[in-house]
Design a protein. Sequence first.
Length: 328
Amino acid sequence: MKHVSILIPKGHTSLVNIEGTHQILSEVNHLRTSRGKAPMFDIQLVGLAAATTQRDGLFTIKPDCLLADISKTDLIIIPAIHGDFKKAVQDNQPFLPWIREQFEQGAEVASLCIGSFFLAATGLLKGKQCATHWRYANEFRAMYPDVQLVDDKIITDDDGIYTSGGAYAYLNLLVYMIEKYAGRDLAILISKAFMIDIDRTLQSPFIIFQGQKSHEDETVKKAQEYIEKNFEEKITVDHLADTFAVGRRSLERRFKKATCNTVTEYIQRVKIEAAKKDLETGRKNVHEVMYDVGYSDVKAFRSIFKKITGLSPVEYRNKYNKEMLVLD
């Protein structure tokens, strides 16, 4: 039987992550015993105190055991911890060496949503791929530049360390791990019982691009603002460099450092974000939207759109615009 430690951190923690994980793994046990098989998971809530208040006292969680009681575990689940990420790490410091020690002894570790910030604080993510909520991608990169953030992914699996994308994407990670531990048939049963879209791998269709502007490079900020105001035009790196009196190489280097995007990537993302909004709410066809955001090559537009969103323009429009459910 695999021992599972669901951590109960101090602070504002995702109760959904905690209860949902406990419920789904418990259902796996129920399905196995109903087939005459042994339960797969020994599930325990593990905390730092006998009672942990959440959301300013609105809820109280009473862990099954304290951290000091667990000398050996097989799987550690880190739920999302909201609020100030650095404070969350400080308030829950005792978990960090314990997680590292358990991992070194063979335990696997999974972070859910922005629980990735806490997992990264252990140092175990250094050089590894990681997913988190797309809204916090810029903050994550700033805090943990040595981690390879893949903000379009829903799931990462790297040498016994798992991470999931934003919010309810944790359900997809649970199904993924259930398939790995208990087989595809049981994973399918769980996905049907809880109505989880199995094999969903991208959070790209949900991302709203918000350019990283919490930096101090004023020239780059001006270039960002120029791109956002003039995205309908054909903007080149050379044009931006001339406009703001800076060398091309210097602009590209500074832009990438400040925004985590190349100039070209930023231009593409701003254009595609505008196209997404038109496709969500307007009545224009894909060609009209394409021209409005400054593209004239249909193949190039579709290719870039799918690269960024994970969907073709028509698929995206049909997903979000009820009034335009027809194929071009």
